[in-house]
Design a protein around this ligand. Structure first.
Ligand code: OGA
Ligand code: MN
Length: 281
């Protein structure tokens, strides 16, 4: 490491730039430790002007835990299965409409998987001229600002998570997720309030794409509650909008934040990123 890296806030909340790190080179332990400490406090961390191939992105991700193959078969990288594409362009160069709408409502990744991911990383290769950002909501702040009675209610609730079958998931995907996977995912139960494994902070862990109910609660009661919690969590004061630049490597904490594609760009403009998702070791 030459010189010490620095942090620079990108706005009022969440988004933080890490300056002075070249991720194409092997990360020495001091730099890695610095990133880990920064990430614990700043769960959306951005490294600008990087140029990584899939192997390098996978190597960076592996420093933080175990990589995992993503559920969407079509977007897996052919040589590096732990890396996948985020793209709105089909093999024949036309607009990939599933790629355009994918992930454009609030979620955390893969809560239907066998265990919960720790973090995910996106690396922008081609970005629209305007908009096409990714939004992040601070689920620490979302928890902290809940009314006391709601905190107590949620402390007893266990959320049920599937593949896009929550209220926002149904609106977004309308059932067309099923054709995209090569295995079935059983519903998974996660307490509505989680304790962050690194920082020990309480977090609201309910998202409207994947969470479709709570143990022992009717849908009539659960869906309005899920929507209410989503509205609470995504108030402007808790949200960071990341405007992508080519070369950005952005890592986010899958416990401390929810995210979504803003879904606000012109679909005929290319938007292509590499992505990897990392699970605790
Ligand atoms: C993701 C995701 C949103 C976007 O990669 O997990 O949700 O902005 N991406 O495309
Ligand atoms: Mn996602």
């Amino acid at each position: 490491m030459t010189g010490s890296p620095e942090l620079r806030p990108l706005g009022e909340t969440l988004g933080t730039e890490a300056l002075g790190i070249d991720l194409s080179r092997p990360l020495d332990d001091a730099t890695f430790g610095w990133i880990e400490r920064a990430f614990a406090e700043h769960p959306v961390l951005v490294f600008r002007n990087q140029n990584l191939g899939p192997a390098e992105l996978a190597t960076f991700g592996r420093r933080f835990g175990g990589p995992r193959i993503h559920s969407l078969v079509k977007y897996r990288h052919s040589e590096y299965p732990e890396v996948s594409w985020l793209t709105n362009v089909d093999a024949d160069g036309k607009v990939d409409w599933f790629g355009v709408k994918r992930a454009t409502d609030w979620h955390t990744d893969s809560p239907y998987d066998d265990d919960l991911p720790r973090l995910a990383i996106l690396h922008a290769k081609e970005v629209p001229a305007a908009k096409g950002g990714t939004m992040f909501a601070d689920m620490r702040a979302a928890y902290d600002t809940l009314p006391e009675a709601m905190k107590q209610r949620l402390a007893r609730l266990v959320g049920l998570h599937g593949r896009g079958d929550g209220p926002a998931g149904e609106r977004l995907y309308n059932g067309d997720l099923e054709r995209q996977t090569d295995r079935d995912y059983a519903e998974k139960a996660h307490p509505a309030i989680r304790i962050h494994p690194v920082t020990g902070r309480p977090l609201l862990f309910v998202n409207p794409v994947h969470c479709h109910g709570f143990v022992g609660m009717d849908k009539d009661e659960a869906w309005p509650l899920i929507e209410e919690l989503a509205a609470h969590s995504t108030q402007e004061r808790f949200v960071y909008y990341h405007s992508w630049q080519v070369g950005d490597v952005l890592m986010w904490d899958e416990a401390a934040t929810m995210h979504r594609g803003a879904g606000d760009y012109e679909p005929r403009e290319r938007r292509i990123m590499l992505r990897t998702i990392v699970y605790p070791n």
